[in-house]
Design a protein around this ligand. Structure first.
Ligand SMILES: Cc1cc2nc3c(=O)[nH]c(=O)nc-3n(C[C@H](O)[C@H](O)[C@H](O)COP(=O)(O)OP(=O)(O)OC[C@H]3O[C@@H](n4cnc5c(N)ncnc54)[C@H](O)[C@@H]3O)c2cc1C
Length: 491
């Protein structure tokens, strides 16, 4: 049987996978490639999530690709616009024709003798398996499970007479007009949903165990839109992208170095948008420092506006259990509801749940060490995208794709068919891949690879630094081992 072979196989057709294909096609028009996508649609996150108001929580000048200007007026964009942006990118570059939909990659096994991966995919529509080979595996599978969201084990859910909804599986037919809705959670999803649901609901209550930092920013960036009118899409986009990188970095660095000052600024901005006498400290004063967890942003202060108008309220308390009519809280209070939305988070998963093996040895992901936050030690010809926790995902995704393209060019130029990072420094210790306090990260970190204590094994979460090392840094850095391993008889 002849097994189909690709020079590069990309896993996932979300924002990162489509971006990766675009970079690859531009830099290596002669290379064969395919994208294997478990679902039947392009867009990943931006196709899956359909809850009312779904939107980005970072600006589209940095969540957009470096190579494709974001031209809409809104910098904080809604889900359908982002989905269209990803789909249009795929269509305009002919990438959509390279996607094998309904193919979930289950396993990839590297053979040094053949310098290729044998990749097994399961068809999600027919349950059949398919096998292909590839010279390089580029995993753009995102970071969370698509088949389930996270819901803590609440007591008495079976007693509740209304509907319980997880935002990851929002029913198309859900009619919340005139209903009392309780949204459990305090993260980006809850904060997005609450104002959106007030358009039809009788009242929306956000029930949180503990508050998050919430900051209002303009939905439209007047500088970006002004520059676009004056200078055109491309130049304006490049300038705005850098402006936003600078502003985000400044806020992040200030938050880490002067947390008390940043807390004061955030509180002052909140007080000015909330009703007089509002219990700001109860509902908006987190127990952690700014940027220990992702800062939640609200476009044009929409959350504060609906609180001001009495359409939504926040309750900070713990759930004792569900009742027939709503929720009983640990304080003894009761919350009546017709619909309860559990915006309680994601379940993380590394590399889309695929198994990896190198020359017959199974790779134990939790024991592997990430190289430059994009490859794994002792795993050849393998790269992955995991975006920043303190800046837009695509800033990192673009850099990883650029790095992979450079690496492939270097290998071609020197006749190498294997590139593998190998750690020679026994003093390097490991630590979790993501230094992030958020519950959903902490719950699953032990299943992810580690980062090392020193470069190039250390993950900086710093775009400017990555720009230098990934776009311009030496490929042959002493850690990356290049070789020609393919047996002479194989082509
Ligand atoms: C509601 C929500 C809002 C967000 N907002 C922002 C934001 O504003 N800014 C930001 O920076 N980040 C945000 N994020 C993070 C977001 O996931 C990334 O920005 C980005 O969309 C990730 O793109 P991706 O292509 O890497 O992953 P995904 O969007 O998760 O796409 C991965 C794709 O890979 C496929 N796949 C997975 N495993 C396999 C497999 N084994 N075989 C085949 N295919 C597979 C999936 O089906 C999916 O299509 C948000 C996340 C969520 C959930």
């Amino acid at each position: 049987m002849i097994v189909e072979h690709f020079d590069v196989l990309i896993v996932g057709a979300g924002l990162s996978g489509i971006g990766a294909a675009h970079h690859l096609q531009q830099a290596h028009p002669g290379k064969s490639f395919a994208l294997f996508e478990a679902r039947d649609a392009i867009g990943g996150t931006w196709d899956l999530f359909r809850y009312p108001g779904v939107r980005s929580d970072s600006d589209m000048q940095t969540l957009g690709y470096r190579f494709r200007p974001w031209t809409e007026a809104k910098a904080i964009a809604d889900g359908p616009s982002i989905r269209s942006y990803v789909r249009d990118t795929a269509r305009d570059a002919g990438i959509d024709a390279k996607i094998r939909f309904n193919h979930r990659i289950e396993r990839a096994a590297w053979s040094s003798a053949d310098a290729r991966y044998t990749v097994t995919a399961r068809r999600t529509d027919s349950d059949e398996t398919a096998e292909v080979t590839c010279g390089f595996l580029f995993v753009c599978s995102g970071y969370y499970r698509y088949d389930e969201g996270f819901t803590p084990p609440f007591l008495g859910t079976e007693r509740f007479g209304g509907r319980i909804i997880h935002p990851q599986f929002w029913p198309e037919d859900l009619d919340y007009a005139g209903k009392r809705v309780v949204v459990i959670g305090s993260g980006a999803t809850a904060i997005t949903l609450v104002p959106a649901l007030t358009d039809k609901a009788e009242h929306v209550t956000m029930l949180q165990r503990s508050p998050s930092y919430v900051l209002s920013i303009p939905a439209e960036d007047p500088i970006a839109n002004g520059l676009r009118r004056a200078l055109g899409d491309r130049i304006a986009y490049a300038i705005t992208r850098w402006k936003n990188v600078a502003v985000t970095t400044l806020i992040y660095q200030l938050s880490r170095r002067r947390p008390t000052f940043v807390k004061k600024l955030i509180r002052k901005a909140q007080v000015s948008q909330l009703p007089d006498g509002y219990a700001v400290d109860t509902h908006f004063k987190p127990r952690y420092q700014p940027w220990d967890e992702r800062l939640c942003i609200v476009p044009d202060g929409d959350l504060f506006r609906v609180i001001r108008h009495g359409k939504a309220s926040i309750v900070t308390d713990r759930i004792a259990g569900f009742t027939e009519t709503g929720l009983e809280l640990e304080s003894g209070a009761e919350l009546n509801a017709d619909i309860i939305v559990t915006a309680t988070g994601l379940n993380l998963i590394a590399f889309g749940g695929m198994a990896l093996a190198v020359d017959g040895r199974e790779v134990v992901l939790s024991e592997a060490m990430a190289y430059k936050g994009l490859m794994l030690g002792d795993v050849p010809n393998f790269a992955f995208v995991v975006g920043y926790t303190n800046a837009s995902w695509t800033l990192k995704a673009d850099l990883v794709s650029e790095y992979v393209c450079r690496l492939l060019a270097y290998m071609d130029e020197h006749g190498f068919d294997q590139a593998v990072p190998v750690n020679h420094d026994p003093s390097i210790t490991t630590r979790p891949l993501l230094d992030f306090a958020a519950g959903y990260v902490q719950r699953s970190l032990d299943q992810f690879p580690k980062q090392g204590s020193k470069a190039p094994w250390r993950l900086g979460q710093n775009y400017a630094q990555d720009l230098v090392t990934l776009r311009h840094g030496r490929l042959d850095d002493g850690t990356m081992q290049f070789s020609r391993v393919r047996a002479a008889t194989l082509t």
